[in-house]
Design a protein around this ligand. Sequence first.
Ligand SMILES: O=C(CO)COP(=O)(O)O
Length: 249
Amino acid sequence: MASERKFFVGGNWKMNGNKESIDGIVKFLNEGGLNPNTEVVVAPSPIYLPYVRGKLNSQIGVAAQNCYKVEKGAFTGEISPAMLKDNGIDWAILGHSERRHVFGESDELIAAKVSHALSCGIKVIACIGEKLDEREAGKTEEVVFRQTKAIKEAVSDWSKVVLAYEPVWAIGTGKTATPDQAQEVHASLRKYLTDNVSADVAKSVRILYGGSVTPKNCKELAGKPDVDGFLVGGASLKPDFCEIINARS
Ligand SMILES: O=C(CO)COP(=O)(O)O
């Protein structure tokens, strides 16, 4: 089953890097002997998007970490999907937990962004995930289903969407979900998609895991049948990111 879905590894650089450090990352990615069976996309800070696009091998995709829900206008500080397209950028991460919880983005706003990005030809890495108190209260499914529902209502073409399950308690904490915990949620999400979208979409959509993925834990996570790749933060800034990209042979 999992083999029908191309393994996908995204590197979310968040608000990190400068030209010098980016040159280093680009060098190891361009020369890193990456598994051709893995789709790789990196997401630099917006100011470096064209810089990175210009330097990276064309097989490696580049994503924005966010974009806005309309094409243009009086929205100081925002970037539109049309502007991404204009700069050769094909992907956007939307609904990341830091956008939700540091910048207060709602399911409704994220859905509007997903819908507009797709309509402009930008592919979407749509993020979902529960907070620690929600997990401890037994509400993991309720939260990720609510977030997925908002996203599914905005999606016109699932072949342009990758889902990323990133439990908030695992992001940047060094506390990874166990492979069984990740598999359990991924399988529930696939069942949700079967019941609420279609069996075909459930079978074909890639569900990534994110949250303290490292070269050490990536292989075991990648061995789970419903884990189709990773969205990696901290470890995507280091040369051993290549080991994560090659986690599944
Ligand atoms: O938020 C993440 C990727 O989007 C995960 O970050 P870390 O890999 O640093 O935990």
